[in-house]
Ligand binder design. Sequence first.
Ligand SMILES: Cc1cc2nc3c(=O)[nH]c(=O)nc-3n(C[C@H](O)[C@H](O)[C@H](O)COP(=O)(O)O)c2cc1C
Length: 412
Amino acid sequence: MNFLSGKHIVVGVCGSIAGYKSAELVRLARAAGARVRVVMTPSAGEFVGARTFQALSGEPVWQHWSDDRSGMDHIELARWADRILVAPATADRVARLAEGRADDLLGAICLASQAPLLIAPAMNQAMWQHPATQENLARLRQRGVHICGPAEGEQACGEVGPGRMLEPATLVQSLVDSFRSGVLAGLKVVVTAGPTREAIDPVRYLSNRSSGKMGYAVAAAAREAGAEVTLVSGPVALAPPPGVALRRVESAEEMLAATLPLARECDIFIAAAAVADFRPSTPAASKLKRQAGGRSLALEPAADVLAGVAALPQAPFCIGFAAETDDLERQAQMKRISKGVDMIAANLVGPGLGFDSDENSLLLVWEGGQTRLEKDTKTRLATRLIECAAQRFRARQATKESHAKHTTESTR
Ligand SMILES: Cc1cc2nc3c(=O)[nH]c(=O)nc-3n(C[C@H](O)[C@H](O)[C@H](O)COP(=O)(O)O)c2cc1C
């Protein structure tokens, strides 16, 4: 299952016998959908070859300062990473991380990155139990570093005890779990995504350039946040995110018909689909033939899915997307008011931005506030959008509850 789809993982490999397990770790993380870049310490190369990691990750491998191709690779890798997993982490690496040293590439990346850090220690049981190691680990834990394992058992040195690196599949699960925030736990979320197709005749349609990537990323982020998610999707070439219920539709009308009953039961509705504004008034029953002098097409308004949901008597918390070519802030607030929704996620469309791109930037606006999410991958933007949506949803709930309390008290 693609539980790490779109995620950027830096795997740090240190000088330990357990380094051979990191090859499998990289393979499994990629199989789970992640992009993986491996950074080896200089001594790790004595245990496993860089080529193994290069082949398995499908990316360059960084080991020495001389591998820093742009002169700033360590900073770029630090920014690129959604998570850094050091596996195996030697006793020496644990000490270096605790001290915050940056005298090799891996140390510098860990220090320069804001991404959560996970480490999977691997060492002799006496090294693990030594007070120096335990003190270093306590410092790391205090700073929010996630210590994965170690497991207990027979060691390469013949001793038995704690210090074995966790198995690669368990570490991939730790990565997956590290993305699960729980901010939407217990809530039902409906997301629409992709374009719609409005029939001209049985073989032709009107549509748009939406790839569905943003909506699919939002559905995946809502699932990671603990929600029960249904994705209502127009025709796209994307695999559904794991754990998300999928309803496929074609036209705006079908999208509205599929969405309304789901929206009546949900807490948050996110309209990321690029629903057609117009559709042919009278689709032909049989294929239109080529004719001299051309043809004109009469159009009528298509179903407005977002407005339809927002007009429900017990409407969920509604978030709409707005693709604009100019004056983003004003257009976003105008759309929020005209559609009667709680939040608008607006983005500029143009070359390299918006439709069919892997990157985007968003302006989130709500009544009395806004926040700008700078250009980033759609996966990361979706996570931040969901965090903001969770906050706004809770704020609206709190206001509703206080109104209800006030009304009850004043009618007593
Ligand atoms: C054969 C061999 C196996 C080793 N295995 C480990 C190990 O599993 N854990 C550990 O903490 N150190 C181990 N070491 C020692 C580390 O390689 C050494 O501390 C090194 O400086 C670690 O550097 P690094 O963390 O930058 O890779 C081993 C050394 C050798 C020669």
